[in-house]
Design a protein around this ligand. Structure first.
Ligand SMILES: CCC1=C(C)/C(=C/C2=NC(=C\c3[nH]c(/C=C4\NC(=O)[C@H](C)[C@H]4CC)c(C)c3CCC(=O)O)/C(CCC(=O)O)=C2C)NC1=O
Length: 161
């Protein structure tokens, strides 16, 4: 896993140089938003279950997916879907705190699309649910932190599509 600080330092180290002004600017921006990131992470953690519930209500409930023949039908599959959404929310929060998406590649997206395809998990509907989580999360944490979280929700969606 990488974060905004190691990303900047690794890039400078590869060139054997001190941080240049654009690298310093990146670090400044990251530190300036530190308080915002930590506050957002705390409020997401305290509200994770209701974020997911609301996102599912907005995107998946009462659609064919939850009816017989749908991929969320049966308690086991419904629970697997909710668990997946909880993974996406938790890992997007880690990435937002780190200011870097690499944890998503390593722990979430690696092999995921293949797994979904082999199990018949619908990717379009999954993306809709993640987009709904993005909206619900933004309304909870406010526009600035919401935008930052949105970067990582979108990253998961593009990794799936
Ligand atoms: C931390 C990283 C990580 C991820 C991301 C992960 C995903 C993941 N989701 C799975 C299944 C699943 N995922 C879903 C999800 C859905 N079905 C729908 O119709 C909805 C659109 C959607 C929810 C939004 C379902 C229903 C299954 C079970 C499919 C089955 O077994 O038939 C499976 C197969 C194994 C299992 O059932 O546990 C994996 C590996 N596992 C991990 O360790």
């Amino acid at each position: 896993m990488q974060d905004a600080i190691t990303a900047v330092i690794n890039a400078a180290d590869v060139q054997g140089k001190y941080l240049d002004s654009s690298a310093i600017d990146k670090l400044k921006k990251y530190f300036e938003t530190g308080e915002l990131r930590v506050r957002a992470a705390a409020s997401i953690a305290a509200n994770a279950a209701s974020i997911i519930k609301e996102a599912v209500a907005k995107s998946l409930l009462y659609s064919d997916i939850t009816r017989p023949g749908g991929n969320m039908y049966t308690t086991r599959r419904y629970a697997a879907c909710i668990r997946d959404l909880d993974y996406y929310l938790r890992y997007a929060t880690y990435a937002m705190l780190a200011g870097d998406a690499s944890i998503l590649d390593e722990r979430v997206l690696n092999g995921l699309k293949e797994t979904y395809n082999s199990l018949g998990v619908p990717i379009g509907a999954t993306i809709q649910a993640i987009q709904a989580m993005k909206e619900v999360t933004a309304s909870l944490v406010g526009p600035d932190a919401g935008k930052e979280m949105g970067v990582y929700f979108d990253y998961i969606c593009s990794g799936l599509s």
